[in-house]
Design a protein around this ligand. Structure first.
Ligand SMILES: Cc1cc2nc3c(=O)[nH]c(=O)nc-3n(C[C@H](O)[C@H](O)[C@H](O)COP(=O)(O)OP(=O)(O)OC[C@H]3O[C@@H](n4cnc5c(N)ncnc54)[C@H](O)[C@@H]3O)c2cc1C
Ligand code: SF4
Length: 325
């Protein structure tokens, strides 16, 4: 690991100012950042410790729920208000890694973690994302890569939390030289827009919180994740669904997939297939198929198309309280 200066700002202003220097990086729980530093993937001159700033670890709200960036995944998964009002978010948080990772990993860090593409993680390989001139996954070992929204880089976004938060129309709060807030869906960027980074953050910007709108009665939700290794693993495909039901009819819904695209993938096609219809196993299957409309698998990940459709189907049945077919 390279030598770096350890910065412990007392407030956000100090953190933003420290990030404005050369190659500084934000540290939250440190799970991903320290791995990247040990591997030599990033060599920051300054590491800015967010934990020295008071208040970022708070979860507050009567109507909206404001979740500070330093709230841990365990705190989120165990929160009574999250479990009762935003079930899919609690399920997604609980599905992350192992208990040790959830105890240390934070909401902000989970949303900003870097991709798991094995070419990206190999310090010796300079792929497109790291400033090189080609994507090695395109014609290489691409069984874990994107089937939707890929190109010219084909990563999948690794966060479990992001699809679930987006399914509840979460907003993200960002602090730089000024503060801004935007829908979490718009926080993430496709490689076609910027293949060098996964989100819209400028180098001196920090995620300070995520806000969930007031939970309204009648919404049901579920997060379902399929992974290769049951003990702990990132998603091969996952789906967060929220349903506003009137009896058995879907009035409104959100369907957001994880593990299949470079960003959390909201499927308007699946949502259109569901709206105004009576929920049933056949409808869930049709919506699952609609969710993978336009999928373009690479040589080794064709299996993900059927898998993702099934993951959506199962998430829908779970949210609706129907037996899993
Ligand atoms: C073995 C293993 C299994 C895992 N399994 C899963 C899984 O199943 N699902 C899943 O979703 N994740 C998984 N992860 C990833 C893990 O959840 C994330 O690494 C963790 O949540 C990152 O949180 P952190 O607070 O430690 O972030 P850090 O490591 O501190 O930061 C991660 C990145 O985000 C940036 N950052 C952190 N906080 C902020 C902020 N507030 N504003 C701006 N930038 C910020 C940092 O600069 C860094 O680039 C796994 C990790 C490991 C090691
Ligand atoms: S998918 Fe992206 S990160 Fe992976 S090799 Fe291609 S350009 Fe690099």
């Amino acid at each position: 690991m390279n030598a770096f200066e350890w910065v412990t700002p007392k407030d956000l202003k100090g953190a933003v100012s420290a990030l404005s220097g050369d190659s500084a990086k934000v540290l939250a729980g440190g799970i991903d950042l320290l791995c990247e530093m040990k591997e030599g993937l990033v060599t920051p001159s300054h590491v800015v410790n967010l934990k020295s700033i008071a208040g970022l670890n708070q979860m507050v709200g009567r109507d909206d729920l404001r979740i500070g960036a330093l709230v841990t995944l365990t705190e989120l998964a165990e929160s009574e208000s999250v479990r009762s009002q935003y079930k899919a978010v609690a399920e997604a948080a609980l599905s992350v890694g192992s208990p040790q990772i959830r105890n240390v990993g934070t909401v902000g860090g989970n949303l900003c973690q870097r991709p798991r593409c094995w070419y990206y993680r190999d310090v010796a390989i300079e792929c497109l994302k790291k400033g090189g001139d080609r994507c090695f996954a395109e014609d290489g070992e691409n069984e874990y890569h994107a089937i939707l929204g890929g190109g010219p880089c084909h990563i999948v976004h690794p966060s479990d939390l992001a699809p679930a938060l987006i399914a509840f129309d979460a907003k993200v709060e960002i602090q730089g030289t000024s503060a801004r807030s935007l829908p979490l869906l718009d926080f993430f960027v496709l490689p076609a827009v910027n293949w060098g980074q996964e989100n819209v953050l400028a180098p001196n910007e920090i995620v300070t919180a995520v806000t969930l709108p007031k939970a309204t009665a009648g919404w049901k939700s579920a997060y379902y994740k399929f992974r290769e290794r049951e003990s702990f693993d990132w998603a091969l495909a996952s789906a967060a669904v929220t349903l506003r039901m009137s009896g058995n009819t879907v009035q409104d819904c959100r369907v957001v997939l994880g593990g299949v695209a470079p960003i959390p993938w909201r499927s308007k096609e699946a949502e259109s297939a569901l709206k105004g219809k009576t929920i049933s196993p056949a409808l869930a299957e049709a919506a699952g198929k609609a969710a993978v409309t336009g999928a373009k698998p690479l040589k080794h990940n064709g299996y993900k198309v059927r898998l993702a459709a099934n993951v959506v189907r199962i998430a829908l049945l779970r949210a609706a309280g129907l037996e899993e077919a």
